[in-house]
Design a protein. Sequence first.
Length: 366
Amino acid sequence: MSEKRCFYEVLGLAKEASNDDIRKAYRRAALDSHPDRNPGNAEAERRFKEVSEAYQVLSDDDKRARYDRFGHAGIDGSGMPDFGGADIFSHFQDVFSEFFGMGGAPGGGRQKRRGPARGQDLRVQQRLTLKEAFLGVKREVSLQTPATCETCDGEGAKPGTKRKQCSVCSGSGQVSSHRGFVMFTQTCPECSGQGSVVKTPCDTCRGAGSVQKHRKVVVSFPAGIDGGQRLRVPGQGLPGSQGGPAGDLYVDVELVPDERFQREGADLLTRAKITFADAALGVQTSVALPDDTQVSVDVPPGTQPGDVLTIKGKGVPRVDGRGRGTLHIEVQVEVPTALTARARELLRQLKDELGEPVVEKAAANA
Ligand SMILES: [Zn+2]
Ligand SMILES: [Zn+2]
């Protein structure tokens, strides 16, 4: 090789540079000069090769020590790989996967092999009434999704016809191209990596292998399910390809607001209306639950408007089966508006009566 520039200089580093500095400098320089970004640019290609070589030495503590002592002479002929071909990428695979985001890093052995792939997950939203959530409900959820074409069994080929070898990749499923000295390999765009293509397309799906289908899935919503929760129905997502398993169906639950109840987890708040006489005297009344069953409530004497009564175990069932939450009942006191002459008179008497602290007398009368 002709005379080489100092590796530190190549990466714009001082001799004391840390491993982290080296790595950062290399990433910056390699990204700038990468052949993918500079197609046909011979100078960029030369520079890319240069920074890659510098990085390979400086990122290796042993080689770096030798280089620091002996310069290029310490490195040459010491088992350095040949940088003439695509090999270079296999040494820097990790760095490049970060640059390019995914398995699309050129050259290395990380290509996705063709073969079974799991189907995609699906998500749908379902609105439940409080009653449905309270009791639990089974519901048919309608999905419009691609389903495996039954005519061709997902092959895309007209039954009885064969697939032919893909002419673009000659059946390998991968195509390679040279950019400068670097060889890139990617999944064949013609056959999507399958190595073969449909000769005579299926009439039903026109070769796609899948058709849009209305599908109904019965989803069981357990008693106590709440808005914002998500159910997973295994295997009801999109079908997998080439024998891979289907994805899952996720059902996001939303609750329809309810006029009668406020829900807070497993607890419920509702209201009960009683007369002001009942509020004063106490009364046994009942309130409805979301499933329309009745719960009896003891309203103690002297209950004030807005007082909240609590009954444990009468709220919403907990999804995990650990009993039910608490029912809170806010008492509303109705004040009579349409009064007869007699009622008015009695109220006046009552008012006079209540004006005096004569509890004993009232108790005696009771
Ligand atoms: Zn078909
Ligand atoms: Zn192909």
